[in-house]
Write a protein that binds this ligand. Sequence first.
Ligand code: TYD
Length: 134
Amino acid sequence: MTLDEVKIIQLPKILDERGNLSFFENEKHIPFAIRRSYWIYDVPGGEVRGGHAYKTLQEFIVALSGSFDVVLNDGKEAKTFTLNRSYFGLYVPKQIWRHMENFSTNSLALIVADKAYDANDYIRDYDSFVKNKN
Ligand code: TYD
């Protein structure tokens, strides 16, 4: 996988004077079926999350509140995606190194994934990630 497979996806936005509503559905708005959801919150200023890739896992990341940066790297180049609207999400295919940083106060990151949690699916050594990619 390369950064070409990464996608910012604009989600439906139902504007309403009572408050807006956005949503996504398996395979219609995101390119996989959801098996797991998790969220990252109460991140102290300056902290960095992630710092790994997944062998097989695909994810979709939405900033439900606040903002943060997702830095993706395919072993050749790196790109930073700033998420700061709840109606945009970032699709991250398997085998892309990532970390998340610059979390704003009270930011809330929702991540949906196509598989259950599996520690064996993590690639935590950056050098072997790059070696495998090339
Ligand atoms: P990790 O994925 O390493 O966090 P990050 O990449 O954001 O820094 O996960 C941190 C801890 O949480 C680790 O002990 C595994 C556990 N965890 C689960 O049990 N289930 C999950 O769905 C996730 C994402 C993590």
